[in-house]
Ligand binder design. Structure first.
Ligand code: 13P
Ligand code: SF4
Length: 313
């Protein structure tokens, strides 16, 4: 089949099976263009919770499909490649979390959505990068917090909310490496640009310090992927340096075709997100593969922290 024929078949199967295609902002352009909804982790979870489709095809990584399965247990959730994992979600195991909780018995556990269903089931709150600050602010001030697994997001949330937290030492391998880039050189190269930084980035803490300390750094902003899209849509600037996975550039260019976008690191590529291809999406729809179903024993415990996350938009 030609590329156009495959796209036509995907659209035909989607209607035939009453399916919805949800795609993360880091997906390849072809997937973003055929999807019904493209967004960040929070937006995708909200879409999964309210869709009337019978079949959810999740073009993202495994924990995102798990989250959809937990909040929509009556729907069939599939992912085109089961190997699409996440290094950040893999940076804490259930045993490690249980041991950590035992050391801090009077704390509440706040988990980033980039975690396995088992970890969510042991958590009190879930957050995404777009609502982590608001969720932490909603927790009574006398409660001690264990924040996991991303240390960069954790330090960012702690600085913005002023809350002291125990923070797990995890990181995403893609965003951690963005911290090695000489940020000041990029500012010299792009003097008129605004800098949009994902809070998972290794450079987020130093960038945040800069933006707070120096008057000339007020053009540095820390956002979730959808926060970047919304900011760029409204901004009257025409040059942006983007510090996150480069898949988002496709969407940014669609939103602001007149603007110029420069990735802080060309190498910021998540190989897990890129495992989802048009061919795999076609076979996923055709054969309804590969199903992601979280066992009800785990899902029933994970639902409350996820509902708390969905309630804070
Ligand atoms: P967002 O929720 O900002 O899209 O982030 C998800 C993610 O995996 C970032 O690496
Ligand atoms: Fe996970 Fe990092 Fe890939 Fe996001 S970019 S899915 S955090 S490995």
């Amino acid at each position: 089949m030609t590329h156009t024929e495959i796209i036509n078949e995907i659209n035909r199967l989607k209607t035939e099976k009453n399916a919805v295609i949800l795609a993360h902002n880091y997906q390849i352009p072809d997937i973003q263009d055929v999807a019904d909804y493209v967004g960040d982790s929070l937006g995708l979870s909200i879409e999964a919770s309210k869709t009337e489709a019978d079949l959810i095809v999740f073009c993202g990584v495994h924990f995102m499909a798990e989250t959809a399965s937990i909040i929509s247990p009556q729907k069939k959730v599939i992912i085109p490649d089961l190997n699409a994992g996440c290094s950040l979600a893999a940076s804490i195991t259930l045993e490690q979390l249980r041991a950590w909780k035992l050391k801090h018995p009077d704390s509440v556990v706040v988990s980033y959505v980039n975690t396995t269903a088992e970890i969510k089931a042991e958590s009190d709150y879930c957050v995404t990068s777009s609502n982590a600050v608001k969720v932490v602010n909603s927790i009574p001030p006398d409660k001690k917090i264990l924040f996991l697994p991303d240390r960069f997001l954790g330090h960012y949330v702690s600085a913005v909310t002023g809350r002291e937290m125990q923070i797990w030492n995890g990181a995403c391998h893609v965003h951690e490496k963005i911290g090695d880039i000489n940020f000041d050189n990029a500012r010299i190269e792009h003097p008129d640009a605004e800098f949009l930084i994902h809070p998972e980035c290794g450079c987020s803490s130093s960038c945040m310090l800069k933006s707070q300390m120096y008057f000339d750094c007020k053009d540095i902003h820390i956002f979730s992927t959808e926060g970047m899209i919304n900011y760029v849509r409204k901004s009257n600037k025409s040059e942006f340096v983007i510090a996150t996975e480069i898949g988002i550039l496709h969407r940014l260019k669609k939103v602001r075709p007149d603007a110029r976008f420069f990735p802080l690191s060309e190498n910021a590529v998540c190989e897990y997100m890129k495992m989802i291809t048009i061919d795999k999406l076609y076979y996923a729809l055709l054969n309804e593969q590969y199903e992601v179903k979280v066992p009800e024993k785990i899902a029933s415990k994970a639902r409350l922290p996820i509902e708390r996350m969905l309630a804070v938009v």
